[in-house]
Design a protein around this ligand. Structure first.
Ligand SMILES: Cc1cc2nc3c(=O)[nH]c(=O)nc-3n(C[C@H](O)[C@H](O)[C@H](O)COP(=O)(O)OP(=O)(O)OC[C@H]3O[C@@H](n4cnc5c(N)ncnc54)[C@H](O)[C@@H]3O)c2cc1C
Length: 445
């Protein structure tokens, strides 16, 4: 295969730390760039958009930027070599779908839509100079889109005790971030021989609010099918499952009476991963295996960009402070934050659901805003929607769902309407896979 500039950038990042400029000017196959040189110089006469993070938001933004304005120079920076989908991954945990159903090629997608993908670690931002720093050098931009995803706030549980945090991540991973944790969790579920498997749910807001309950149902379904003497104990800081409250409660009571114990108002007070013990406001729990989900915050890149808002007492909120409608940082019209990292957008419902569906829509929306601005036009407000299917039964396969719609009221406030589909059906499973096919098609097709 002949390597053009775009191919080489992606391939070189995947190999180690080579750069296109290095390749062009050096007799060596590639060399390590330094932080004091540009990773990729700007293309003359083109406006550059750097997309930091190639998750559900970033991949959507990169593709739709190119679709809206093929003259833009779009560069997507992502640390992982392939895209791994968290949506649908609960089904993968119990082998209902294969690994290649969840993974997609960044390289092929970038090539198909004409943007540049560089596999690299984003290490910082100099927004005053419109510059992104990476492990392989810096990039200047005209517009910046940050799709940072989330990070686990283990500090809320362990303070500065890194050993406890690392031990937890290694032995009892949450698998809520696309990386190797998913494989560790899957192994833990496959090797579960019985006893109590305790799941701690993060306090809201957190990534994909209904998905921990889906995960509990599918693990319980496997325990039931394999006739294992074990149960899943859900420690939920809330009063009841949310959203799709009735649908989940009905599944717990009628499908998994012997396999799921749901504990409401279980606010975490202490987690001891070494002695397998959890202290909560609803009692103390010992576990044989566990999925320990620490509280969520905006991902590291949003912190590095100085995008995190502060509350009235000057404390960090943990989430990016954006204009609720245009999604740019409140202090920077050329930097957009999309997806799960986004902070409060409405006094009515506070946060958009931290969902791939919303992140995908955000990517499309900011792509439109940026293309309009690059063409000298004023962008018109566009809001996302949200749609989320949750599998709760495998015999037969059945899903429940939740849908959200948004509009702006006469005071300029974003209003959310929520519709729960509590009644589980087999038809909804088809809709679930249809949804995933549409989403993957939109981002990679
Ligand atoms: C089990 C589970 C089930 C889910 N089910 C659904 C569902 O059914 N429907 C739904 O809509 N949503 C679902 N979600 C939620 C969905 O996965 C997230 O909402 C979505 O991934 C958010 O997109 P994002 O772009 O904001 O973040 P991400 O998709 O996490 O993307 C962030 C990207 O940034 C990269 N990155 C981070 N830091 C750096 C750095 N320093 N340098 C380079 N790259 C970096 C990461 O590698 C990642 O690829 C589910 C999530 C989980 C965990």
């Amino acid at each position: 295969m002949k390597l053009d500039r775009r191919h080489f950038l992606a391939a070189s990042g995947a190999l180690a730390a080579g750069t296109a400029m290095a390749q062009a000017s050096s007799p060596l196959p590639f060399f390590i760039n330094t932080l004091n040189s540009p990773l990729l110089p700007p293309v003359k006469g083109k406006k550059r958009v750097v997309v930091a993070g190639g998750g559900w938001g970033g991949v959507s933004a990169a593709k739709h930027l190119m679709k809206n304005d093929p003259d833009l120079d779009v560069v997507m920076l992502e640390r992982n070599p392939v895209f791994f989908s968290c949506p649908m991954s609960n089904k993968w945990l119990i082998d209902l779908v294969a690994t290649d159903y969840l993974t997609h090629s960044y390289l092929k997608t970038a090539e198909q839509f004409g943007y540049t993908y560089i596999q690299t670690e984003v290490t910082g931002f100099e927004r005053d100079r419109k510059r992104v720093l990476t492990a392989q050098g810096w990039l200047d931009y005209d517009y910046l889109v940050i799709g940072a995803g989330i990070r686990y706030n283990y500090e809320a549980w362990f303070g500065n005790d890194r050993r406890a945090a690392e031990y937890t991540k290694a032995h009892y991973p949450a698998a809520y971030i696309p990386n190797a944790e998913h494989f560790q969790l899957k192994r833990g579920i496959q090797e579960f021989k019985g006893g109590d498997l305790v799941m701690t749910l993060p306090p809201p807001p957190h990534r994909c609010p209904p998905s921990p309950y889906e995960r509990a149902c599918l693990i319980a379904a496997k325990i039931k099918k394999d006739k294992i003497k074990g149960r899943v104990i859900i420690l939920d800081p809330k009063e009841s499952p949310r959203p799709i409250t009735d649908g989940f409660q009905e599944a717990f009571a009628n499908l998994y009476k012997d396999q799921i114990t749901y504990v409401p108002k279980a606010v975490i007070k202490e987690v001891d991963p070494f002695n397998k013990k959890i202290v909560t406001s609803a009692g103390d729990f010992k576990f044989d295996h566990s999925i320990l989900m620490a509280p969520h915050q905006a991902g590291e890149m949003a912190w590095k960009a100085g995008a995190i808002g502060k509350d009235t007492e000057g404390k960090y909120t943990g989430w990016a402070a954006v204009d609720p409608i245009f999604l740019n940082l409140k202090d920077d019209p050329d930097t957009y934050v999309i997806g799960d990292a986004v902070g409060v957008v409405s006094p009515q419902f506070k946060f958009y659901p931290k969902a791939g569906h919303v992140a995908n829509a955000h990517g499309r929306i900011v792509a439109r805003y940026i293309a309009d601005r690059a063409a000298g036009k004023s962008p018109k407000a566009v809001l996302p929607d949200n749609l989320c299917f949750m599998m709760v039964n495998i015999d037969p396969l059945q899903d429940i769902a939740v849908r959200f719609k948004y509009h702006i009221d006469e005071k300029g406030i974003i209003i959310q309407d929520q519709f729960d589909d509590n009644y589980r059906t087999e038809d909804m499973v088809n809709e679930d896979f249809g949804w995933a096919a549409r989403m993957y098609g939109d981002m990679f097709g």
